[in-house]
Design a protein around this ligand. Structure first.
Ligand SMILES: O=C[C@H](O)[C@H](O)COP(=O)(O)O
Ligand SMILES: C=C(OP(=O)(O)O)C(=O)O
Length: 349
């Protein structure tokens, strides 16, 4: 018999069903409260019911849970200090979309050695989300693989669809069923229309193929996500300036879509250089002081230490607290930017 299918598949490896997997790492009551409250606060900021700004800050990617927890502890203290002005949410990114190839994040390759033990990656990701939300810290992540939400999404308060997948029907369909607000990045060349089309698709009910809680293949029917919004991350040129933001707001208004704008201070807005993030941050804070109420939040790529490092030295030789993907600002700079933004905005928003 000739074979016409699975020609390029090496193996089918077992995946534990989400309900079985979650029994091993159940959500504790304090995490559940943090997730529910975290989502509610974000929704209120996006709709303007709460005038504060949402700050999504944390490593470009998680590769070391010890460093991530140290970061989360520091962020908890800072979150409390600035709570009248900012709703601070931790970036806890486990899935990395690559331009070509590269390490795809903790879930895909937790041992960082190409062994790609996805089940172990899911376990470590869920455990870290439990530990962080147990501190009362709301969480943000990028969702890339459409099956992964069944394993971790119950611990996530805000999700991003990245610049490389914002035009993908699969990601729009997935977003329409997600339980948290979803931010669509503009695509890598800077075009807004892809993210705007995503918002329309994500708001609408959809049907697509997925798995249920028992791990069984099924047709997922969704209700639509009412909290889809845009994240400006720059493209061929930055798009955090007041003219770009006004243009985005006008385009969204014409389409009768949410005009809430989140500015990503990193990526193409910073020229992918960590030092560029402070320039974007300060400009956006000034726009808020000058009364731009469409801006609902900012994202920072931040780690314990600044810059980034190559993974070629092997996981055991990595420098502690330094990003293995995009450049990040240091904890000290993060604290300085957030505290100075808080001081400038106190009583003004
Ligand atoms: O935020 C992370 C990166 O910008 C994104 O995953 C792409 O990375 P790459 O161009 O190094 O593959
Ligand atoms: C990959 C990311 O961003 P973008 O999709 O904007 O490149 C990210 O935030 O990690």
């Amino acid at each position: 018999m000739k074979q016409t299918y699975d020609i390029n598949v090496e193996a089918f490896l077992p995946l534990t069903a989400p309900d079985e997997f979650k029994k091993l790492l159940p959500i504790p009551p304090e995490s559940e409260d943090a997730v529910i409250n975290g989502r509610e606060e974000i929704k209120k900021i996006l709709t303007g019911e709460d005038n504060r700004l949402m700050i999504i800050t944390g490593p470009c990617s998680i590769h070391d849970e010890k460093a991530a927890l140290e970061y989360a502890e520091k962020l908890c203290v800072l979150r409390e200090k600035v709570k009248d002005t900012f709703d601070v949410v931790m970036r806890v990114y486990f899935e990395k979309p690559r331009t070509t190839i590269g390490w795809k994040g903790l879930i895909n390759d937790p041992y960082m050695d190409d062994s790609r033990d996805v089940m172990e990656g899911l376990r470590r990701a869920r455990k870290l989300l439990i530990d962080i939300t147990s501190m009362g810290m709301p969480t943000a992540t990028e969702l890339l693989d459409p099956i992964i939400p069944q394993f971790i999404a119950g611990l996530v308060c805000w999700a991003a669809i990245g610049a490389r997948t914002t035009e993908s029907q699969t990601h729009r369909e997935m977003s329409s069923g997600l339980s948290m607000p979803v931010g669509f990045k503009n695509c890598t060349d800077g075009a807004l229309n892809t993210a705007i089309n995503s918002m329309i698709a994500a708001k609408s009910p959809q049907s697509f193929l997925g798995i249920d809680q028992h791990g069984k293949a099924c047709i997922v029917k969704t209700k639509g996500n009412p909290y889809a919004h845009i994240v400006l991350r720059g493209g061929k040129r930055p798009n955090y300036d007041s003219v770009s933001i006004r243009e985005a707001v006008e385009t969204l208004k014409k389409q009768e879509l949410s005009q809430a704008i989140i500015v990503d201070c990193s990526h193409a807005n910073s020229g992918k250089k960590f030092a560029g993030q402070a320039i974007v941050w300060n400009d956006v804070i000034n726009q808020c002081i000058n009364g731009n109420s469409a801006i609902k939040g900012m994202m920072l790529e931040s780690n314990l230490c600044e810059g980034n490092q190559s993974m070629s030295c092997g996981p055991e030789n990595l420098e502690y607290g330094v990003s293995v993907t995009d450049e990040c600002i240091s904890w000290e700079t993060t604290e300085e930017l957030i505290l100075s933004g808080h001081e400038k905005l106190s009583g003004k928003i």
